[in-house]
Design a protein around this ligand. Sequence first.
Ligand code: NDP
Length: 338
Amino acid sequence: GRVLVTGANGYIAVWIVKSLLDAGFAVRGTVRAESKATYLRKLFQSFGDKFDVVVVPDMTKEDAFAEHVKDVDAIAHTASPFHMNAVDPDEIIGPAVAGTLSVLKAAHVHGAAVQRVVVLSSTAALFRTTTEPVVLDESAWNEQAIAEVKEKGRDAPAVAKYRASKTLAERAAWDWYEEKKKTGAVGWDLVTLNPPFVYGPILHECARPEELNQSMRDWYHMIVEGKIDNETLVNGGAMYVDVRDIAQAHTLALLKPDAGDNRFIISAGPYKWQEFATAAHKFSEKLPAGVSSFDPSKATHLLQYDNSKGIKILGLKYRSIDEVTKDSLEDFKTRGWI
Ligand code: NDP
């Protein structure tokens, strides 16, 4: 079958394209400009006509995807703004929601062969801040971020605007899909994948560390450049997943019939930054050791995610902090960034 991957030049998306091609799928990637297609065509040259790229300048436009979904069997939608620069919340919420709905509508109206649509959401869509230990599963929604943006508008923190964009986009997808399903008129099913922070080696076009995507830029600053204080090293952290594992989750979500109509948390587990620092120093002695007395078994993680559904239904296995770190550092060394 052929899979349409939106935003195919992104950090995660390039790994998704690779995973799908390696699994035998044909892939059509969308990018916003022709200049972003050249690198991809070269990268996946060996797959011949199993890989093609189309330019969709504005995914929110009516019928933006119409011509590109006619001969595809599935869609993986990843294109969505991920940055901390939005002033007006709608700068980020607008394209996230409209892009997602545009993809679903195209599948519905023009995608006669489409069997499944996978939307790359985020744990941002189910996250909440907490002062008590809590384990969130796929029933959770980030009402906090929506409320904060509604209340504070432009003055809301950038991260709240991003989280609200992911929550509202994913909710729009489920609402639209459930509504259409009631009328019995959808020829495909929906899957959403919710990863936390995604780290790991890069495969997309990126000339300099400053141009890295949001999550790997943070990782590079803290772990390679050591721009992190001791307090953040031992107490700061979140949940992570290796970029190759979230890519593989997309392929598995298409291969497993039971995956349909599900939301999946795709998280390897919690971390404190010191765990990445410890691993980095082990693999590359010139990198900062941080607080070497830190004992990860004594760390507390108030917020955790239950990843059991994805392990059970998708059969996904997760890479460790050591694997993420070792392979990222090797990649950066090859690029001369370390
Ligand atoms: P990148 O910034 O590398 O990729 C983002 C992709 O989305 C690019 O292809 C970009 O195109 C496209 N895009 C951004 N804004 C728009 C827009 N307004 N219209 C059309 N396309 C747009 O980031 P990631 O690979 O990390 O992110 C991909 C997805 O994964 C996003 O949906 C993000 O929310 C999600 N995610 C990422 C996590 C992470 O830690 N990295 C964690 C959880 C979820 P262009 O290059 O032209 O700007």
